[in-house]
Design a protein around this ligand. Structure first.
Ligand code: PLP
Length: 283
């Protein structure tokens, strides 16, 4: 097994990829990451992920340690080195670099990065039966659009949710439904899909972007406007999306079941269409 450690492919062993106690990622969570899906060993919508990665680095003024072309090349070499030909996910993170501890970062740091690939099977049980989510106050910061390593808000919320038997927390802030702990959220009302606009309150999901595109191909209207916790109670169907999981039906919000079927028809249609169309955007 191999990993990418800065610009090199190395054996995936602790001693081959050690970070300093003065790595800013270690001290401050000062860094960004991406999770990219692989289908049959091929990257799904790689360019969209790289767009978002460069956006995250730019927003935090992290000096990119690679060009777009270089990282593409390196990620493909990593997959090839592992003879990886199954379904999986790739994790890539970039930290700002090393420096004696100081909130104020130096301008000239060399960013540190690594990537690994892991097998990840289709979550068929979840696709079939759906999941439950639980409403929680959103205590995260106001730049959720950056895919930052600072995930304590998500970590606490997801842990609490799962300890209580829910797959995801459903964040609300100021009475408005935002997103889940590691996925975007949607409600369907009268045949229309409603989802939070891609702004600073949520992560602009890659799966979200693809779902919006596919919905338009299916002539299902998508409304990218906020909706409230009260409005959510009247939803016909709900679902969530994330790179590893694709489209997952949401059957319950806390103790209340959503709509009047376990999994609604619009969710099912989108889910199946998404499944079919993943192989169109691989490289
Ligand atoms: N929202 C949050 C907070 C996330 O962490 C994630 C991804 O893990 C998503 C949404 C979904 O984004 P994507 O579809 O790009 O995986």
């Amino acid at each position: 097994e191999y990993m990418l450690w800065n610009h090199k492919i190395v054996e995936r062993k602790q001693e081959n990829a050690l970070v300093s106690f003065e790595d800013r990622g270690y001290q401050f969570g000062d860094g960004v990451y991406e999770v990219i899906r692989l289908y049959d060993g091929k990257f799904h919508v790689l360019d969209w992920h790289l767009d978002r990665l460069f956006y995250s680095m730019e927003q935090l003024a992290i000096r990119p340690p690679f060009s777009r072309l270089e990282i593409k090349e390196l990620l493909k070499r990593l997959v090839a080195a592992n003879d990886f030909t199954v379904d999986g996910k790739l994790y890539l993170q970039v930290t700002r670099g090393m420096q004696p501890r100081d909130h104020v970062y130096a301008e000239d740091l060399d960013a540190i990065f690594y990537a690994t690939v892991n097998k990840f099977d289709q979550p068929v049980e979840m696709w079939e039966n759906g999941v439950r989510v639980t409403l929680q106050e959103d205590i995260r910061w106001l730049r959720c659009d950056i895919k930052s390593l600072n995930l304590l808000g998500n970590v606490l919320a997801r842990t609490k949710a799962q300890r209580n038997g829910f797959y995801e927390p459903l964040f609300h802030r100021d009475g408005i439904v935002r997103e889940c702990g590691a996925s975007n959220f949607y409600m369907i009302k009268d045949g229309m899909i409603h989802t939070h606009p891609a702004n600073n309150y949520i992560l602009g999901g890659i799966t979200r972007k693809k779902v919006i595109k596919l919905a338009s191909e299916l002539d299902i209207p998508v409304v990218e406007e906020t909706f409230t916790v009260d409005e959510l109670q009247k939803a016909d169907e709900c679902f969530l999306t994330a790179t590893p999981m694709e489209v997952v039906p949401v059957t319950h919000i806390d103790e209340n079941s959503v709509g009047n079927q376990a999994v609604g028809p619009v969710t099912r249609q989108l889910q199946q269409y998404y499944r079919k169309r993943v192989y169109d955007d691989v490289e």
